[in-house]
Write a protein that binds this ligand. Structure first.
Ligand code: SF4
Length: 284
């Protein structure tokens, strides 16, 4: 994703450019710089490769749901949870990860949200970059990346895009909006809704939909994000010593949880063990 000559947008990029409501104080543009401009530097690459416990739990939970539906009989078997845990090679994870993932699997086994749903897409969650969608209008063009966890058809033939969550982070409506835009291209002619489901607390979000007017302004907003980011990457490539001007730091107590605090000269609290923010697990 480092080629600055081709603008792209994704929910992940949007969340790095602009904070979610209520997160403004902790938002740091320099994180975007590390993730999207310096990701090939060995030190940054090593930090990005370190999946933390919350990230591993999210990945394994998604994969667990995938395995349950890939081997549907396991949803009915009393040892289904153990069998899926074996498929996930859960024994290779830390005790903390094992415990939380087992709880998630048990809850899903007890109340499988997708049982009897007409699933048309369910991903194991570790398949890398999705294929880009080209969004082209008269005055802008960008590639959109949207990796959907699950898509199914409701009984009234509405397309339902579902995103699985773990942990305590709040649902970010922007992610659903990006999926709904992608659905217009991937499943044209379908009415679509999107929602989130937290696998740990078994909590569903409200259904989110978008009208044509909102869709156009969303495209415009994503085009702006794509072009702003492309512009920042170009400026950085022209003069890498301007890194902190192009991607300004916002140090504070939140640096404790930033995966780059060990290499960031602006971090105001350095520690050896990093605890990355959740958005490192993303596709573009
Ligand atoms: S350590 Fe702090 S200032 Fe540096 S990138 Fe992370 S959040 Fe920003």
């Amino acid at each position: 994703m480092s080629t600055p000559d081709r603008p792209f947008a994704s929910y992940h990029l949007w969340s790095l450019v602009a904070p979610a409501t209520g997160q403004e104080r902790w938002h740091c543009q320099m994180r975007r710089g590390f993730i999207k401009a310096r990701q090939h530097e060995p030190q940054v690459k090593a930090l990005l490769a370190q999946a933390t416990a919350p990230q591993r739990i999210g990945i394994l939970a998604q994969k667990g749901v995938y395995e349950f539906h890939h081997h549907r009989h396991l949803l009915k078997q009393s040892d289904g949870v153990e069998r899926v845990a074996q498929l996930l090679k859960l024994g290779n994870s830390s005790v903390q990860v094992q415990q939380r993932v087992l709880q998630i699997l048990q809850k899903y086994h007890d109340a499988p949200l997708l049982l009897d749903k007409d699933i048309i897409q369910l991903t194991p969650g570790d398949e890398g970059f999705p294929k880009p969608i080209v969004v082209e209008q008269e005055d802008y063009c960008f590639r959109l990346y949207a990796a959907m966890d699950c898509v199914f058809i409701e009984s009234d033939s509405t397309l339902h895009i579902l995103d699985f969550k773990t942990g305590k982070s709040a649902f970010d409506k922007r992610q659903a909006l990006v999926y709904l835009l992608a659905a217009r291209y991937l499943y044209p002619g379908h009415e679509a809704v999107a929602s989130f489901y937290n696998l740990e607390i078994c909590k569903k979000s409200e259904l989110i939909s978008i009208n044509n007017y909102e869709l156009e302004s969303l495209k415009f907003e994503l085009a702006n994000i794509a072009h702003k980011h492309q512009h920042d990457l170009q400026k950085y490539q022209e003069k890498t010593t301007n890194f902190s001007k192009i991607f300004p730091p916002n140090p504070g107590s939140h640096c404790r949880f930033c995966p780059f605090n060990s290499i960031c000269e602006f971090a105001d609290f350095k520690q050896t063990q990093s605890y990355p923010l959740p958005s490192l697990r993303a596709h573009s």
